[in-house]
Design a protein around this ligand. Structure first.
Ligand code: ZN
Length: 150
């Protein structure tokens, strides 16, 4: 059974004392806050990829997607969409990347789950990820391995 939010919060208390996002949530570090509710806060990334680059952060310390509780998923998506629409409209973006880095190998730097809202503009010079070639046999094998884990 999944641990409750309170249990997870207790487990990660020692981590959260040094966590930069927990400090922002507690008001110990200032941020350019856009919006918050009981469970989440949205603020501008201090090293933005593009104008309006925003982070959505749960107020409880969860490490990553895999640590994130089911009970908050619907609230998270509603919060994320509300802020995403506002960011896109405010900066006149042509598109938007919503990204969550999970694990060091995926580029996660702060180990408190967070989601990037990155406004995109036509010809903004940012490249998408490169393709890799896999044979049909390899794709069939990978698909089967993933399905086995569901
Ligand atoms: Zn934290």
């Amino acid at each position: 059974m999944e641990a409750s939010i309170e249990e997870k919060s207790k487990i990660s208390k020692h981590i959260s004392e040094d966590c930069v996002f927990c400090k922002i949530v507690r008001g110990e570090i200032p941020c350019h806050k856009i919006f918050e509710d009981d469970d989440f806060i949205a603020f501008l990334d201090i090293k933005p990829i593009n104008k309006g680059h925003t982070l959505v952060v749960p107020k409880t310390h969860f490490k990553d997607l895999f640590d994130f509780p089911v009970i908050l998923e619907e609230k998270f998506l509603n919060f994320l969409k509300k802020v995403s629409f506002a960011v896109k409209k405010a900066v006149g973006a042509d598109g938007l990347n919503v990204a969550m880095n999970n694990g060091e190998a995926a580029g996660q730097v702060i180990f408190h789950q967070h989601t990037h809202i990155i406004p995109r503009f036509k010809d903004d010079g940012l490249k998408t990820w490169p393709d890799k070639e896999f044979s049909n046999e390899e794709l069939v094998k990978i698909k089967a391995e993933i399905i086995k884990e569901l």
